[in-house]
Design a binder for this molecule. Structure first.
Ligand SMILES: [Ca+2]
Ligand SMILES: [Ca+2]
Ligand SMILES: [Ca+2]
Length: 420
């Protein structure tokens, strides 16, 4: 079916376009990325979950248009100070190249993931469906609540109840393993709204030719999750996790970009409704690579943001204006991929006003996620880590807020060519 989409005329046109781009670059050199059009963090809305492909369809980079809708949850098993017995789940939907441009297959799919101390830790990638075939993909261009689903593919759907409540149902099945979900995400009141750290953030040119950018939005950094998450490894009896007000997180990204180039340092932590502790949340999106410059004296242009939400105030730190120092205190080699991933990390941040975050996480459990991109692009491997967090947040002139509890961190490797 996909070959029908490879229209020679389109391919010939794009081949010519690339050739002309290539010739102009040979003559002029690859220009640096533009400066960030929206350098400061904003507030996302449902609109950021919406479908934006046609907003950016201009024959430049359209074939690498991507969107990921990501939902996660973390059950502390009633021991928030010990992450070794926690269970973490992810349900996500993906979209790439929705019109099968450049003679390569578009994709819509789903991912399920479970990290747990017993019973097996694994991911399930669903089949990849052609989003150009009617019925295989739909996403609303507003994501406003309305009749029917706001996004669906053959794996499942997202139904928006309100800006602060989302119902998602689906199943990723790879022929052996299955992870299924029926979950309601409800924003936690009092822990702040969403966070929009990267808006059309410029990235290095794709294949040294196409301008690239990404919008990364965190629609629900702090949510309560209710529903069921069913895990079947194809061998043992399935496990049904019934979630009752466990903490969750919903983010996503879209853009014209190859996301394996981003070497993530990412974390999210929330301390909520726990006796003896103040409510606080921390989100970090601070890649260690690629390091690159862009126009407007942005050196490096590599995005890096940190947010702390405490007591009704949002504290934003940016790589450009504030000090954010990440220190790998311990690492563990992974010979299979020739990398060492962090198992203990400190984040020390100070902003202009003197608000200080001093936070350390220590590895408790993890899973590797291999991102296999089409051969012309590089792959990467991401270490998704459940961790024990300790530290303090000290507002300028104020008293230190104690941080202690379970959370999540993620480290992305440098990109590498297709692994055998
Ligand atoms: Ca475009
Ligand atoms: Ca625990
Ligand atoms: Ca709906």
């Amino acid at each position: 079916m996909r070959t029908q989409k490879r229209k020679p005329s389109t391919k010939a046109f794009l081949t010519l376009t690339i050739f002309l781009f290539s010739m102009s670059i040979l003559l002029t050199g690859c220009p640096p990325p533009q400066e960030p059009p929206y350098p400061g963090p904003g507030v996302p809305g449902l609109i950021h979950d919406a479908y934006h492909y046609y907003d950016y369809k201009d024959n430049i980079g359209d074939f690498v248009y991507i969107h990921m809708w990501n939902f996660s949850w973390l059950d502390d098993n009633d021991t928030p100070l010990d992450a070794s017995d926690d269970v973490y789940g992810v349900a996500a939907y993906g979209l790439a190249n929705p019109e099968n441009l450049m003679g390569s297959a578009g994709i819509t799919n789903a991912l399920g993931l479970i990290i747990r101390p017993t019973g097996g830790t694994f991911t399930v990638d669903s089949p990849q469906w052609d989003p150009a075939i009617p019925g295989n993909f739909y996403a609303s261009d507003t994501f406003a609540p309305g009749p029917g689903y706001e996004m669906y593919n053959p794996a499942g759907y997202i139904d928006v109840i309100s800006d602060s409540e989302i119902h998602m149902v689906g199943s990723a099945h790879d022929g052996v393993k299955t992870i299924s979900w029926d979950l309601v995400y409800t924003r936690i009141p009092g822990l702040g709204g969403g966070w929009l750290p990267w808006q059309q953030w410029p990235l290095p040119h794709i294949l040294d030719i196409f301008p690239a950018w990404m919008t990364y939005y965190v629609h629900m950094p702090t949510a309560l999750v209710n529903g069921t998450f069913t895990v079947n490894d194809g061998v043992n009896p399935e496990d049904v996790y019934t979630l009752e007000d466990v903490t969750g997180y919903h983010d996503g990204f879209y853009g014209e970009a190859i996301f394996s180039i981003l070497e993530w340092d990412w974390l999210e932590y929330k301390q909520y409704n726990r006796s003896g502790y103040e409510d606080i949340s921390v989100q970090l999106l601070h890649p260690h690579g690629p390091v690159y410059d862009c126009e407007g004296d942005w050196a490096p242009c590599t995005p890096g943001n940190l947010r702390v939400y405490h007591n009704g105030t949002e504290y934003n730190y940016t790589r450009h204006d504030d000090t954010i120092t990440l220190t790998y205190l311990q690492t563990e080699p992974d010979p299979e991929f020739g990398v060492s991933y962090p198992t203990q990390m400190n984040i020390y941040a100070v902003d202009d006003a003197g608000n200080v975050l001093d936070l350390t996480w220590t590895h408790a459990q993890h899973i590797r996620v291999y991102y296999d991109l089409p051969d012309m692009f590089e792959d990467n491997v991401t270490y998704e880590i459940i961790a024990d967090f300790t530290g303090t947040f000290t507002p300028a002139g104020g008293t230190a807020v104690t941080i202690a509890g379970n959370g999540f961190a993620d480290w992305g490797s440098p990109p590498f060519p297709e692994s055998p």
